[in-house]
Design a protein around this ligand. Structure first.
Ligand SMILES: NC(=O)c1ccc[n+]([C@@H]2O[C@H](COP(=O)([O-])OP(=O)(O)OC[C@H]3O[C@@H](n4cnc5c(N)ncnc54)[C@H](O)[C@@H]3O)[C@@H](O)[C@H]2O)c1
Length: 442
């Protein structure tokens, strides 16, 4: 099929590339000229395992194209995906300006029947808004062109995005026409070879499903973080508690690791947006707003432990910090706990020597750009010289078994603050380190 994907970020680029891998002819559109120029020259704007090879292969095969002009994609397209950002607006709701901007442009430029698929995470009712905007533009042009609206929320995880797209747990398709359902099923059939993973529903339910999935996962995280904080107070081992409850098949083991709270581009904004959706409809979502409050506090638990150990005034003290990305496998730092922890320590006078395998450019050029107290190093051990202690914040594999002798030799004190999920537990027995963790008494 001929497909166009509008928005070439984490979701759009992975979507377009994976569809081209399955034999479709795909044009990816983005308004960011530099991004498109780089992609045309084989430079991939994000780090995502397996993506670079797949992009290059499909560009070489003439199955994947990039452009800044929507029209380049519309000449042949049968299906257009909208995969632009829906960032958090000032009032916490999803900002729909990019989605509706694309809808307007589609109405202005389309010349042939289209299926228009919303892949961006959007509030319930956005499908209707997109339809109205397109219809309005077509009427202005006195054109009568058939189009179908579909909601096809994306569930990929950054760090495993290609794998998730190629082998999805489920594909949710919300539509209101038989034709749209059939076309979408055809398109996705190569991804559902061994069993049917397609779940069809109405558009509003599909839109809601994405928010509810993220809110559910965020709830599990905040629940377990709260449990960890209580465990710490009563001197129970949260890791043992985790195994104790996870073994119950009704609860399960996933997403119940205590840590420094969730970050990233999705959970924080989607949890907030769901509260706003409820509020706009006259309902106060108490549980979901608590999930957010618990998470905000959790991001600072490790900073609080540092303060407890070294005092409120950290002037002249340097800390080594490993892990800036909000999770391993990505260079994404959106809402990463590291940002909040670093800002809190720096505010108290500390300096930070940081290392991350992938996210240092993001930190330097954007998230920590104005914080001159942070310096960056090309290897993890280079951060240790003169450090009062080491802070571990992201679960990168290369942090799992550090050279403890090297740590002791270089740091001022053998002290580690571990803010990672507890499955990354360091095996420190008898190694003479002070070891501080989430959910454990210091
Ligand atoms: N990142 C994830 O892990 C993830 C997972 C599932 C769903 N989502 C959702 O998917 C959507 C996209 O997320 P993302 O992380 O890929 O965003 P992103 O910010 O990485 O990418 C969005 C892209 O859209 C482009 N864009 C904006 N307006 C445009 C326009 N008018 N025409 C063409 N391009 C335009 C931007 O330049 C940018 O490159 C969001 O709604 C997000 O919530 C994201």
């Amino acid at each position: 099929m001929n497909l166009t994907v509008v928005g070439t970020g984490y979701v759009g680029l992975v979507t377009g590339t994976c569809f081209s891998e399955m034999g479709n002819n795909v044009t990816c559109i983005d308004i960011d000229e530099k991004k498109v120029y780089n992609l045309k020259n084989g430079i991939i704007p994000i780090f995502e395992p397996g993506l670079e090879h797949m992009v290059k292969r499909n560009v070489e095969n003439n199955a994947l194209h990039f452009s800044t002009e929507l029209n380049d994609g519309l000449l042949q397209a049968e299906i257009v995906f909208i995969a632009v950002g829906t960032p958090m607006g000032e009032d916490g709701s999803a900002d729909l300006q990019y989605v509706l901007g694309v809808a307007k442009q589609l109405g202005e430029e389309m010349e042939r029947p289209l299926i228009i698929v919303n892949k961006s995470t959007v509030p319930v009712g956005t499908g209707d808004k997109v339809k109205d905007v397109i219809q309005n533009e077509l009427e202005k042009r006195k054109k009568n062109i058939e189009f179908h609206i579909v909601s096809n929320p994306e569930f990929l995880k950054e760090g495993a995005a290609v794998q998730d797209f190629m082998k999805p747990d489920r594909i949710v398709i919300g539509a209101d026409s038989k034709y749209a359902f059939e076309k979408m099923k055809d398109l996705y059939s190569p991804f559902t070879h061994n069993h049917d993973r397609i779940i069809t529903m109405d558009i509003r339910s599909a839109e809601m499903t994405k928010y509810v999935a993220n809110a559910m996962l965020a709830t599990k995280i905040s629940f377990m973080n709260e449990v960890a904080n209580i465990c710490e107070l009563v001197d129970a081992d949260v890791n043992q508690v985790r195994i104790g409850i996870g073994s119950d098949s009704r609860i399960g083991y996933s997403f119940i690791y205590p840590g420094s709270g969730y970050g990233g581009s999705c959970f924080p904004k989607d949890v907030k947006a769901l509260q706003r959706i409820a509020e706009e409809n006259g309902y106060k979502a108490r549980l979901i707003s608590s999930v957010e409050k618990v998470n905000d506090l959790q991001k600072l638990v490790i900073a609080n432990k540092v303060v407890e150990r070294f005092g409120e005034d950290l002037t002249g003290k340097t800390f080594a910090l490993w892990g800036l990305a909000f999770k391993p496998g990505t260079d994404d730092m959106r809402e990463a706990p590291a940002i909040y922890i670093i800002k809190d320590l720096v505010k108290r006078g500390a300096s930070i020597k940081a290392y991350d395998p992938k996210a240092m450019d993001e930190a330097k050029s954007f998230y920590l750009k104005d914080i001159k107290e942070v310096s960056y190093f090309n290897s993890k051990y280079e951060t240790l010289q003169n450090a009062e202690s080491l802070l571990l914040l992201t679960e990168w594999k290369e942090f799992r078994s550090p050279d403890f002798e090297e740590l002791k030799a270089q740091m001022k004190n053998p002290i580690i603050f571990d803010g990672r999920n507890q499955y990354s537990n360091l095996k420190l027995d008898k190694k003479g380190f002070e070891y501080y963790q989430i959910g454990k008494k210091s």
